[in-house]
Design a protein around this ligand. Structure first.
Ligand code: FA5
Length: 334
């Protein structure tokens, strides 16, 4: 038997095993595999050529040796691959739901915390939470709230309209108040009703330290057989006291909203200052009729409070714009 193929097998195996052992990454190992085990070209192909040229009588033994060498190299390659991928497998086994070991940078946004607290407080008064869409049609944003197409009350609320029409071809706009949810709830349920709805509103207001074009409101609605302004004042006083922590006073100032009659602005006396909380009033009989309620049988109150303003009071934040700048130095204080 010629020594040439056997020597070639040996040096192939030694070089391959050395290259496999020194491969430091999966990518390097793949290059080694292509060089030593690649099917189309490479060192294994050369050995096969050598085998093909051997004497027929030598071929069975040489073939056996060739297979042993190849199996050794393949085995070493797989073993090395296992070592290289093990760190990733170890990462996969980490329970990502466990608390991290590094200090956490993220916090709940002060507005989210405020909204959660609002829901807790009114939940204790028996109000459940309702939701409604932020993209509204003209009917829910205006008409059902007693604001017909030519009504001047539209002006400050006429809002950002979408270029795309709704399902029935109606104009769609970003809601300008959460009062839209009053209508949606009453359309879908019969009295008694006792809900709040918290969420974003949009208005073409000039942005300054107390106004933004996007802000949050909490709407409240209570409808029953005998609801009065006294109930409204009691609920708002209890609410403000629960949130602000002191025995606060509530003040109603006469105002106008097309969907309540009478309507009021609500102020709270807190730390010797009167601060505006929002608007409120007794639900207008026209609104009740629109949703199929009988104003002779039921009455109710509604209120809409600005969430940012409450949150600013509580945490002594002087500029509403801070809420939406996502500055970690600001957010990490809460
Ligand atoms: C309303 O939006 C009425 N829907 C409230 C209401 C509900 C009245 C139910 C009657 C019955 P008003 O426009 O006043 O009312 O807004 C209510 C509160 O939202 C304001 O007091 C203020 O706290 C907040 N708000 C209004 N506009 C902005 C704005 N651009 N930026 C920040 N907060 C605002």
């Amino acid at each position: 038997m010629t020594a040439e193929p056997q020597a070639a097998f040996e040096s192939y195996r030694d070089e391959a095993l050395a290259a496999i052992a020194s491969a430091g990454s999966e990518a390097e190992l793949e290059s080694v595999r292509i060089e030593f085990l690649g099917k189309k070209q490479g060192r294994l192909k050369d050995l096969q050529t050598l085998l093909g040229k051997a004497e027929p009588a030598e071929k069975p033994l040489l073939g056996k040796q060739f297979n042993e060498v190849r199996t050794d190299v393949e085995g070493a390659l797989e073993a090395r691959r296992g070592e290289l991928v093990r760190p990733i497998a170890a990462v996969a086994a980490v329970d990502v739901t466990l608390p991290g070991t590094r200090p956490v940078i993220g916090r709940r946004h002060p507005l989210s915390k405020t909204m959660d607290e609002f829901k807790d407080i009114v939940g204790r008064f028996g109000f459940s939470v309702a939701t409604g869409p932020e993209l509204e049609d003209d009917h829910h944003n205006f008409v059902a709230l007693n604001i017909p197409p030519v009504h001047p009350a539209r002006d400050p609320l006429d809002n950002f309209y979408l270029a795309v029409a709704g399902k029935s071809g109606e104009k769609v706009l970003m809601r300008s108040q959460t009062s839209t949810v009053q209508i949606r709830v009453m359309e879908q349920s019969q009295p008694p009703v006792r809900i709040v709805s918290l969420g974003r509103c949009y208005r073409p207001d000039t942005i300054d330290s107390t106004h933004h074009c996007m802000f949050h409101q909490m709407e409240g609605l209570m409808i029953d057989t005998d609801v009065t302004m006294a109930d409204l004042k009691t609920v708002l006083k209890l609410f403000a006291t629960a949130f602000l922590g002191d025995d606060v006073s509530i003040r109603f100032r006469p105002s106008f909203f097309p969907f309540t009659e009478p309507s009021v602005e609500v102020d709270v006396l807190w730390r010797d200052r009167w601060l505006e909380l929002g608007g409120a009033g007794m639900v207008d009989p026209n609104v009740l009729r629109q949703v199929g309620y009988d104003p002779e049988q039921v009455s109710g109150f509604a209120f809409g409070l600005g969430i940012e303003r409450f949150c600013m009071m509580r945490y002594q934040i002087t500029d509403i714009r801070r809420f939406f700048e996502n500055d970690v130095r600001f957010l990490s204080q809460f």
